[in-house]
Design a binder for this molecule. Structure first.
Ligand SMILES: [Zn+2]
Length: 309
């Protein structure tokens, strides 16, 4: 009889633990969610573009330009009035809560464009086409699992992480996130501050940040230089082909061309340099921050030693 009671007590204990785990699981994830960002007239960032696509999804007519001006303010006021919110034209927690929509794989609309823009803040380099296909699925799953969020859909909590997280600002990965593992982005270079990313010929390469394009040759092969709006110079070498003309402007994440093995190489790879006032800096910390979707260190703060042998 005693052993039956002990058995029962153990079983009840296990049940209590299981219930406690089920109750604390989702709560723990939500407690860590970042605050919704506050957007108002004059705001200019990726979250503004996300909000504009969400407003257009709700059939408000406005220009998608990442600039929170009179047109956006007016659309927000209309949306707030229609949703029982005080029409102050500012997007805060309450307005975000009403504005976001739950999305699932296969959706095709402006809310998916909002999602793709928001994901790109974390280095995913998605084409903003409003079509939730396999690339968007991979990005959503990667983003959610890194934050302990379960399920394949994008719900209010996911939107909160997407818009409230720091992201990488005006920086994007130079190749697709799934091309190479994170461990490739901290490798030292063989002779001076730079990095070699072992990419197969034909891998799409993207602008790390916005700036102006220059074409580079010589041992760099088919090379591209970006004079960045952040004041740094970014050099991409050994491309198989270039998709942007010298002198043209690019935005962060824009396709520059395709990697290859031109110039002085022993095999295909993407050689990348970051220069500040003509001096090479170690790109590793910058690339890792972009990969992780966190705030990117200013190029001038990158070390000049410790990343080569
Ligand atoms: Zn190299």
């Amino acid at each position: 009889m005693k052993s039956v009671f002990r058995q029962l007590a153990m079983w009840l204990g296990a049940l209590t633990l299981a219930v406690a785990a089920a109750l604390t699981g989702p709560t723990a994830a939500q407690a860590a969610a970042p605050a919704w960002p506050l957007l108002s007239n004059g705001s200019t960032d990726t979250n503004v573009t996300t909000a504009q696509y969400l407003l257009r999804h709700r059939r408000y007519s406005l220009t998608i330009d990442g600039q929170y001006g009179p047109g956006t303010t007016s659309a927000v006021k209309s949306f707030q009035s229609a949703n029982g919110l005080s029409a102050d034209g500012v997007i805060g927690a309450q307005t975000w809560g009403k504005l976001v929509v739950t999305l699932s794989p296969g959706a095709n609309n402006d809310a998916v464009r909002a999602l793709q823009v928001a994901l790109n803040k974390y280095g995913y380099n998605l084409v903003v086409d409003g079509d939730w296909g396999p690339a968007t699925t991979n990005a959503v799953n990667s983003f959610k699992s890194a934050r302990g969020l379960s399920g394949g859909s994008v719900d209010t909590t996911t939107w909160q992480y997407l818009t409230g997280g720091t992201g990488s600002g005006n920086y994007r990965l130079v190749i697709g996130k799934s091309v190479l593992p994170r461990s490739e982005y901290d490798d030292p270079h063989h002779d001076y501050p730079a990095i070699d990313l072992p990419t197969l010929t034909g891998t799409t390469t993207y602008a790390i940040t916005s700036g102006t394009i220059g074409h580079v040759g010589g041992s760099c092969g088919l090379g591209i230089g970006i004079t960045g709006d952040d004041g740094a110079y970014y050099l991409y070498c050994h491309l198989n082909s270039r998709s942007v003309a010298a002198g043209s402007r690019v935005s962060a994440g824009q396709v520059l061309g395709y990697t290859g093995a031109t110039g002085n190489v022993t095999g295909p790879h993407l050689h990348l340099e970051v220069r500040v006032n003509g001096a090479n800096r170690c790109p590793q910390n910058m690339l890792l921050a972009i990969y992780d979707g966190v705030a990117v260190p200013a190029p001038s703060t990158l070390p000049a030693t410790g990343c080569f042998y």
